[in-house]
Design a protein around this ligand. Structure first.
Ligand code: FAD
Length: 420
């Protein structure tokens, strides 16, 4: 039986870090608890940033509620710069060292910067990951730019495009792929959301990329597309994905790279040789773990629900006496998004699906539940403005039922299985 921890350090003071801290105290941990965060803000919530905050409905202060008796030391505005596994210590930017008995790595991701640094530095060019970004972009939108150019066909790009249309700001959305959102929702649902975006006035361009930006006195003036077209704009948002915050782990011996920090089913971080790094755990967007709902395929998801659930599992396992008392992280990935007046929800992972069927509602109504299959098994379900049925599909996915699932409900159309 390993000794009970007396000092726990959490690196990354955001959703996963705070959820783990809560779970540690609720799990009966009375020792010293330190949360290290490189942002100066107390842990806050990100999903409202691209939705209500940009729209001006909420302030950018989306601070997460904190347990009144958390008794944690917050080292904010302080990056962890090195991990010394042999000494069991984390080094911080100010040169101080924090010894730990257990360590949770929850350093998440950051916005992928625009690849050309000179263009990225222009006034009028934005990314969106944190509350300072949301505040800056929100202020720019309130200043009513002539046209917003959004680059990136993922959820953040679409949510910002939706917000711009709500504010009656002209917006061009440039998507590199043939169908937007297809990586997450599959081409059929991605295509539907693209159609809705166009109806709401978004100038959506697929298979479209920027060749270069044009500037005057350091301010963005226009972009030229690869096909030669020039679009005048004074505001560009690069929503081109994320990078995992793992560089500080270089040289530590942990298996960490652009795909994430590799951990096992119990959220324990792994060394290069595949063995467990004693006392070191990972959770949230930075973690890459074997997903039991996809035959233990390695997965890293950037979803709010997983960050919380994985943090709670990791916290429980940090306090477990030995491996036999640890719990597997078996969260079924889920995700939601709000855009163009629609609420989109997804359970499971649809990216490797080989079949698709509308189970309730229809494309025409823009209200539906769709299921995704892989190798004859139900692996994911998505709803558009119709989440009532989703818990039943979640249960079906967990039970690994054949595809298509649930075929006898009263409100189902004739179910037609199609390519995803
Ligand atoms: C604009 C936006 C909208 C979103 N909307 C949705 C949504 O609708 N639905 C959904 O499911 N998910 C959504 N997400 C994703 C969700 O917010 C993330 O999955 C969640 O924030 C992950 O939490 P985390 O704690 O793992 O990582 P993060 O929130 O990324 O936090 C990691 C923290 O660690 C800090 N850090 C990094 N490196 C270091 C270091 N070396 N030392 C100290 N600190 C460090 C980071 O600065 C950050 O504060 C959205 C994300 C964004 C940005």
């Amino acid at each position: 039986m390993t000794r009970a921890p007396e000092r726990i350090v959490v690196v990354g003071a955001s959703l996963a870090g705070l959820a783990a801290a809560h779970a540690l105290r609720e799990g009966g941990f009375f020792g010293s608890l330190t949360l290290v965060g490189d942002e100066t803000h107390a842990p806050y919530d990100r999903p409202p940033l691209s939705k209500q905050v940009l729209r001006g409905l909420y302030s950018a202060d989306t601070t997460l509620p904190r347990h009144p008796d958390l008794r944690a030391t917050f080292r904010l505005g302080q990056p962890a710069t090195r991990l010394d596994l042999s000494e069991r210590a984390v080094e911080l930017g100010d040169g101080s060292r924090l010894p730990y008995d257990r360590l949770l790595i929850a350093t998440g991701t950051r916005a992928r910067p625009w690849p050309n640094p000179e263009e990225a530095a222009l006034a009028g060019v934005f990314t969106l990951r944190g509350r300072d970004d949301a505040q800056r972009l929100g202020a720019r939108l309130r200043g009513r730019p002539r046209r917003v150019v959004l680059v990136g066909g993922g959820f953040i790009g679409f949510e910002v495009a939706s917000t711009c249309r709500d504010l009656d700001i002209p917006v061009t959305l440039l998507v590199r792929d043939a169908v937007p959102l297809a990586a997450t929702l599959g081409p059929r649902l991605g295509g539907l959301i693209g159609e809705v975006a166009r109806e709401r006035g978004v100038d959506l361009r697929v298979e479209s990329e920027i060749e270069q930006m044009e500037a005057e006195n350091g301010r963005l003036l226009a972009v030229t597309l690869k096909d030669g077209e020039r679009i005048e704009t004074d505001c560009l948002v690069a929503a081109i994905g994320t990078l995992r915050n793992v560089e500080w782990l270089d040289g530590s011996g942990l298996q960490a790279d652009a795909k994430g920090l590799r951990c096992d089913a119990f959220c324990r971080a792994l060394l290069h040789d595949g063995s467990v790094a004693e006392g070191v755990f990972a959770a949230g967007d930075v973690a890459r773990w074997p997903n039991p709902h996809d035959d233990d395929a390695l997965v890293a998801v950037e979803h709010w629900g997983n960050a919380r659930a994985q943090a709670e599992t990791a916290a429980g396992n940090m306090l477990a006496g030995d491996a036999s008392a640890m719990r597997r992280h078996d969260h079924l990935p889920d995700f939601w998004s709000q855009q163009f007046g629609l609420t989109i929800k997804l359970v499971g992972l649809a990216d490797s699906a080989d079949s698709f069927a509308v189970m309730h509602g229809s494309f025409e109504e823009r209200r539906l539940v769709a299921a995704f299959g892989k190798d004859g098994r139900t692996v994911a379900a998505a709803s558009i403005d119709s989440a009532r049925w989703l818990p039943a599909y979640k249960a079906a996915i967990r039970e690994r039922v054949p595809f298509p699932p649930i075929e006898d409900a009263v409100d189902q159309p004739h179910i037609r299985v199609q390519e995803p």
